[in-house]
Design a protein around this ligand. Structure first.
Ligand code: XCC
Ligand code: SF4
Length: 628
């Protein structure tokens, strides 16, 4: 279908997106949807995972039907080709979360060693609690000594020295035993990724199922390793989230202020930008330029990080990043890494917008590169804000259009905040689950994908689930969708079933709880472990599920796989590129159920997906002796 046939209004469910798509046309700016259209008629081999370019005897395309070309030059068949591709896909996702975690760890270690003045430990109590949890001496020890010991322990988790990751102590015994029996206990975070690269070289692991099991292990190293370390240390450095009010959609941009968008994933750079934006001399410069202040708003997961902890408004999700620049109201976009479309640099150049990269591992041709380190972060943040103020003087009012009114949201539901709201124990939540007022919990996570109508699946799936008294927790780009749909405020409970609505009213919480960025899916894992341990069951016995309705990224594949590996049934709106292998597809959709207690389900229709998830939750409830 061409965009003309499809109509602009079918690309996204939102008015702010529709107005910017119209403006893009007027301004002659190309967007992700235009490029998707140009890339139509995708390669059927690639779509099914059946092409391989891992060596120069190839590239090879494996033919599933007919008797010609059933094998690559090396002799690999369809199953092996798909498994090798998928293994690397998951490894790349795990590496992305985990390398982000390492950067937070490096910052934390620099604080512990007194090597930076630009960062501090903001949640000392959490630092001490986690140190004790992991068996390190904390009581009576000076805080920097505790921090150094914890940093050492986490660095070891990245290495080849440990037999299992530190945070596996959180996992229910039964689940750990299962993993040990299957040989998928995650050891070192980097080790599992490197081993996947090794196994998938020509002539190493030639057993598709064996490669898939290592993909499980690699994904677990992400969930209970890299991602969990990123989350916990970010809380220690920047504060553990508490319920806070904020706003969402493009309407959070301001006509009368210097607009700075923070985009990417790590909170390290964006937190220093926030801090510097409070400097009196910088604010005075902004005033001199004619602005009433500096307005910082977030995109994607960096946006989720600063929203969760500091209540910074969220301008949009993945498919809104280009559209945000098309407002013509953005002075500067500052990025760290991941999910930053290379097209953004070209779009920024169509307006007065400055595009600033900050990480030596993530450069963008055409951008201004301002390398941030632990030693210079605050100074660099000030430099970046000055660039934004200068750009403000060049803004062209006739090209500015800020669509929509900001929507109110509530954020900040860390496990600490949730448990606190429940009076310090998970028991009230367990009681509500037992009574059936909360029938189950579903995590809706992840991206947008231009192949699907923007945010249609997110919002409809969430609405269908809360109607059925299923509490939804949300992370990543899905958050923006829930916020815009009015589901992230206590008033959203009006759209919930009677049971869930009464619980929300009693606690003053929304029916969809924002629990963070994509690395913060580790919070959901931890919460499931807490619930399973409190009930004395395995995580796979819980009435819970996960869904990535509009996912696109390798990281989302890693998240989905670690969820399944933890026994959490996981819905995907689109399949990964694995359909060329019967073995791998069967394993994902059915086979894993027997070995690990959960599997994937693929369903693009959110209403049918809600049925599937509901059925799963009923089954789990019945098995626990509860009403379905
Ligand atoms: Fe990227 Fe995290 Fe996906 Fe959004 S949700 S498109 S991964 S920014 Ni993580
Ligand atoms: Fe072809 Fe095998 Fe080389 Fe892949 S590894 S490109 S299938 S010869």
């Amino acid at each position: 279908m061409t965009k003309e046939q499809q109509g602009l209004e079918n690309l996204s469910i939102w008015n702010d997106a529709a107005s910017m798509l119209a403006k893009a046309k007027k301004d002659g700016v190309e967007t992700v949807w235009d490029r998707l259209h140009e890339q139509r008629n995708e390669c059927a081999f690639c779509a099914q995972g059946l092409s391989c370019s891992k060596c120069v005897m190839g590239p090879c395309r494996i033919n599933m039907k007919g008797d010609k070309r059933q094998h690559g030059v090396c002799g690999a068949d369809a199953d092996l080709t798909v498994a090798r591709n998928f293994g690397r896909f998951v490894a790349a996702g795990a590496a992305s979360h985990s390398d982000h975690g390492r950067d937070v760890l490096d910052t934390f270690a620099a604080v512990a060693e007194g090597k930076t003045k630009d960062f501090q430990i903001r949640d000392e109590a959490k630092l001490r609690r986690i140190a004790s949890e992991l068996g390190l001496a904390s009581e009576g020890q000076p805080i920097d000594a505790v921090a150094r010991a914890l940093a050492d322990k986490f660095y070891q988790d990245y290495s080849s020295r440990s037999e299992r990751l530190s945070f596996l102590s959180r996992v229910p015994e039964k689940r750990r035993t299962r993993w040990a029996e299957l040989g998928v206990t995650p050891r070192g975070i980097d080790r599992e990724v490197v081993e996947m690269m090794h196994r998938t070289h020509m002539g190493v692991d030639c057993d598709a199922t064996n490669i898939c099991l290592h993909a499980v292990r690699t994904a677990l190293a992400d969930g209970w390793g890299g991602s969990m370390i990123a989350t916990e240390l970010s809380d220690i450095l920047f504060g553990t989230p508490r319920p806070t009010a904020s706003k969402v959609n493009l309407g959070v941009l301001r006509k009368d202020m210097v607009n700075v968008l923070v985009h990417g994933h790590s909170p390290v750079v964006s937190e220093t930008i926030l801090a510097a934006a409070k400097d009196q001399d910088i604010l005075a410069e902004a005033a001199k330029a004619g602005a009433i202040g500096i307005n910082i708003a977030g995109l994607c997961c960096t946006g989720n990080e600063v929203l969760m902890r500091q209540g910074i408004p969220l301008a949009g999700n993945h498919l809104m990043t280009e559209l945000a620049l098309i407002t013509g109201a953005v002075e500067l976009m500052v990025v760290d890494y991941q999910c930053i479309m290379p097209s953004l640099v070209r779009i920024a150049a169509c307006y007065h917008t400055r595009f600033v990269s900050t990480q030596d591992k993530a450069k963008f041709p055409g951008a201004t590169h301002v390398p941030f380190t632990h030693e210079n972060a605050r100074d660099k943040a000030r430099e970046v804000l000055r660039m934004a103020i200068e750009a403000y003087t060049k803004r062209k009012p006739e090209r500015v259009e800020i669509p929509g009114q900001p929507v109110d949201i509530m954020t900040g539901f860390s496990n600490e905040a949730v448990l606190e709201a429940l009076g310090g124990t998970p028991q009230p939540l367990i009681d509500a689950i037992k009574a059936g007022s909360v029938r189950g919990v579903v995590g809706i996570v992840g991206c947008n994908n231009p192949k699907l109508t923007h945010d249609y699946c997110h919002t409809n799936l969430a609405k269908e689930l809360i109607k059925r008294d299923i509490l939804v927790v949300v992370t990543g780009c899905a958050t923006v969708a829930m916020g815009k749909a009015g589901l992230l405020t206590p008033a959203g409970a009006e759209q919930a079933g009677q049971g869930l609505a009464s619980v929300c009213k009693a606690l003053g919480i929304p029916p969809v709880l924002h629990v963070g960025s994509c690395v913060d899916n580790a919070r959901i894992l931890h919460l499931c472990a807490i619930l399973a341990n409190a009930l004395g069951v395995d995580m796979s016995d819980l009435p819970v599920a996960a869904s990535a309705p509009e996912w696109y990224s390798e990281k989302a594949a890693a998240i989905g796989l670690y969820a399944v590996a933890c026994g959490i049934y996981t819905h995907l709106g689109l399949p990964p590129h694995i359909t060329g292998s019967k073995t791998v597809t069967d394993l994902a959709l059915n086979g894993l159920e027997d070995v690990i207690g959960a599997s994937f389900a693929v369903e693009p229709d959110p209403f049918k997906a809600a049925e599937l998830i509901d059925k799963r939750i009923s089954t789990k409830r019945t098995a626990l002796g509860l009403t379905p």
